[in-house]
Ligand binder design. Sequence first.
Ligand SMILES: [Zn+2]
Length: 237
Amino acid sequence: MKDTTTVYQHGTLAMLVVGLFEGTLPVSELVKHGDMGIGTANDFDGEVVIVDGTVYQVVESGQVNVLGPSDTVPFASVNYYEPQVKEAVQNINSTQVQTKIEEDHQLGNYFAAITMRGTFKHMHTRVVPKQSKPYPMLSEAIKVQPEFTRDNVSGTIVGYYAPYLFQGATVGGFHLHFINDDHDFGGHILDFEIDQAQLEVQELENLLQHLPVTDKNFRSANLNLANMNEEIESAEH
Ligand SMILES: [Zn+2]
């Protein structure tokens, strides 16, 4: 039976902060733990969006690829999607809808998976560019990152709310990615405005944190940076 109470996460955001961008889990393994989610690909190559079990990768050119079973990820979160709450929302911007979700679900101390499917008056994304070895720190890697905007676009927002307590393991607060219905536009969301959409929220009571213990770079890395919080805030919000 599929576990719909757990968010499974491979890798940590702290690993990305220190430049551990090499893929350490094949997609074939990742999708055993869920059919929706977000992440990044090997070499920090773009933004990953998982919808209905398909693993899309938006790369720095703006192009959208589908990752295969042997492609790898350094960091991703997935869950089996079974939302408890479904509702229609319209004419609402990203700040307003996030505030609404936080209030309606009393978010703060637990994880939630979120999707919004529909039409968007405006969508603004960014995509991290592919990195090569020796990998830089996250702050260096994201100095140049292409941004994309589109008006009147239909598609799906996929992402999570995570308690700030887990900042470092992941991104505290909302972390949302987008893929359009034509599969030619998407990325890590900076902001958006909904025309009309179906908002779905799944409250999650378990976090399954998986770590790449056989990876020698991970084993020897120093993940206890004093400025970890600032690094994550500037990179992800
Ligand atoms: Zn992201």
